[in-house]
Structure formats: C-alpha cells, structure tokens
Write a protein that binds this ligand. Structure first.
Ligand code: ADP
Ligand code: F6P
Length: 329
C-alpha cells in the first residue's frame, strides 16, 4: 500500500567519500519513491549538484542493474562551500524552484551535518542513509560499504602474507578509516595480524617494539602489522621507519591499501543493508520524519537525530582488540 504524504517530489544525492553499496541505496530510494507514486530527482556530486542545478529526473529503469556496481552513479564530492550559509541558501532556493519537498542524503557524518543545517534553516524534510566505509557513525551497527571494504582489505593482506612468509618480512599495512579503527581491527582479526594500531587505543613505538619482540612473536618468520590511518604515531611509513631504527634486523616493508578499499562490487551484506536502509529512508520521509538518519541496530530499523549521529561515535570493541593480541602469539 502506498503511503499518503504531502511530499510529492523527492531529491536524492550521495556525498562525501563514496562507498560500495551506495548504488544499491540509490536504487532502493528511487524504487520506493516510485512505488509510492512520488517523483524522484537525482542530484550529481553531492550538495554541489543542488547548488549548480545538476540533476536528473529518475525512473525505475534509471537504476536497473546498478545493485552490483561499486561507486555511485550520482557521483560524489567533498564540497566545503556548503559550510557557507549563503551557499546553502542558494541550494534551498534551487530545491524550491524545482519543487523538491523532501531529500534523502546518502553519506557520512559530514554530509549529515550539512543536512542538519539545511533542515534547521529552511525546515526541508531530510532523511540520511549512512554510507561510508569507515563504520564510524553512531546509530547503526554497520555503515554501507564497511563490509565490502574489510573484505577487500582482507584479500589484499592475505596476498601480502604470502610474500611476507616467503621472504621473512614484516609488513606494515595501512588501512583507511579516517580517525576510526574499525577497518583495522576487523581486518587484523581476519588476517591473523601480529599487531594492530588503532587511533582509539594509543600506544608508543617503544611498547610496539617490545610487543613485537615478545617471546614467540619474536620467532615468527613473517609479520603483518595493521596500522589504521589517523593514529598519533603517524603513517605506516613513519612507524616502520621508527621500528627499523630500534630493531635493525627487522626486514620491513610498507603497503598503503588506500582507495582500493573504497571500490568494487558490494558484498551481499552491503547490498542488503543498502536496500533496506534506502527503502526505510523514503518510507520515513513520507511518514513525516525529518532530520534523522536511518540505521540498523540488532536487525531493527532505528532513527537517530542528525545532531546525535554527528556528535557521537560508535565505540571500538576493546575485547576484540584483546582477542587480536591473544591470537597473535
Ligand atoms: P562524509 O559525509 O563522508 O563524512 P565529508 O566530511 O567530506 O564526508 O562531508 C561531505 C560533505 O558534506 C562536505 O563536502 C560538505 O559538502 C558537507 N558538509 C560537511 N560538513 C559540513 C558542515 N559542517 N556544514 C555544512 N556542510 C557540511
Ligand atoms: O571517509 C572515507 C574515507 O575513505 C576515509 O577512510 C579516508 O580517510 C578518506 O575518506 C579519504 O578521503 P579522500 O579520498 O577525499 O582523500
């Protein structure tokens, strides 16, 4: 049954760093809007597309066969100009001119900060969908893209382990996550890494060296040390150099996985999450919810005000950190 609502034309955009599954979310948003008899416009390159009136009216077939594609057909951008109130005013005027009366924003906490301002200043109904590989958004157990990113990282690290073993090397592998260690911790456990450095649990070079030299770990022929970006000790390159200074017989190599973690066909989990959240976002908008992010916690759909989703962070499970150490002996 279609939901009755005063909202007739919905806009959708993807913003911030892209994430595998964003296309599946766009598809769900478009199809749910059409199912409910609403029109749907896609804006290109995040908020920039609203300001530049770069958009496309979408039909059901506009999103055919994109569920398996990485990236985002609507493209994405970092558009810092949106922090300027006058730029947001222009965006709102454009939305009014186009008759958009509700918006779905697929992105990370930065994108929701912009959405929250747009709502507070102009009262435009907006619902957010968490799309980022970092998994750092409060109000959802998982963000869209995280599962694919960790699987990509695991595949890459397994390959590094092969060559590390053949040549008795210690690989320092830097993974993404901005300032959160979720990608690092999950990939560390899944690849049997010897050590994990995450921003949430600060350490020193001295204690890292002590840890690497400890008993059996010292006698291992190869080592994988996962370094989350954004930590106090610097990049994997910096850390490897400092370790080498202190343990000169350590044969070190450094690999930064980089943007490979943001690409590729989404996993089944990401496709399902994106489909559910995209659908729930449009339903919520039509039912009168606004300035909230839709998430999934313990298999239930939950709504978190933008202000809370932006100001809080998901906590790292420190027990998992301990487990990664226990299993690395
Ligand atoms: P993410 O959404 O993945 O966290 P960003 O932090 O780059 O990525 O935010 C995406 C976009 O959201 C920015 O490029 C900008 O257009 C908008 N944005 C971010 N922070 C704000 C803010 N404080 N005020 C207004 N717009 C913002
Ligand atoms: O938020 C996603 C993310 O890939 C982070 O993990 C990373 O810190 C950042 O974006 C990189 O952004 P950019 O591609 O703009 O340098």
């Amino acid at each position: 049954m279609a939901i009755k609502s005063k909202i007739n034309r919905i806009g959708v955009l993807t913003s911030g760093g892209d994430a595998p599954g964003m296309n599946a979310a766009i598809r769900a948003v478009v199809r749910t809007a059409i199912f409910n008899g609403k029109e749907i416009y896609g804006f290109y390159q995040g908020y920039e597309g609203i300001v530049n009136k770069n958009f496309v009216p979408m039909q059901s077939h506009s999103v055919s066969k994109i569920i398996s594609q990485g990236g985002t057909i609507l493209k994405s951008s970092r558009f810092p100009e949106f922090k300027d109130r006058l730029v947001r005013e222009k965006a709102y005027k454009n939305l009014r001119e186009l008759g958009i009366d509700g918006l779905v924003v697929i992105g990370g906490d930065g994108s929701f900060r912009g959405a929250d301002l747009l709502y507070k200043e102009y009262g435009l109904p907006i619902v957010g969908v968490p799309g980022t590989i970092d998994n750092d958004i409060y109000g959802t157990d998982f963000t869209i893209g995280f599962d694919t990113a960790i699987n990509t990282a695991v595949q890459a690290i397994d390959k590094l382990r092969d060559t590390a073993d053949s040549h008795n090397l210690a690989f320092f592998v830097e993974v993404m996550g901005r300032d959160a260690g979720f990608i690092a911790l999950n990939t560390a456990i899944a690849t049997g890494a010897e050590a994990t450095l995450i921003p949430e649990i600060p350490t020193t070079i001295e204690s890292l060296c002590e840890y690497l030299q400890f008993e059996r770990r010292k006698n291992k022929t190869s080592g994988i040390i996962i370094v989350a970006e954004g930590g106090d000790l610097g990049s994997a390159m910096d850390i490897a150099a400092k370790v080498k200074e202190r343990i000169p017989d350590y044969e070190t190599r450094v690999t930064t996985l980089g943007h490979i973690q943001r690409g590729g066909s989404p996993t089944c989990n990401d496709r399902v999450l994106a489909s559910v959240l995209g659908c729930e976002a449009v339903k919520a908008l039509l039912e009168g919810r606004t300035a909230v992010m839709v998430g999934q916690m313990q298999n239930e759909t939950v709504f978190t005000p933008f202000a809370e989703a932006c100001s809080r962070h998901n906590e790292i499970n420190t027990k998992w950190y301990d487990i990664s150490h226990i299993l690395s002996i």
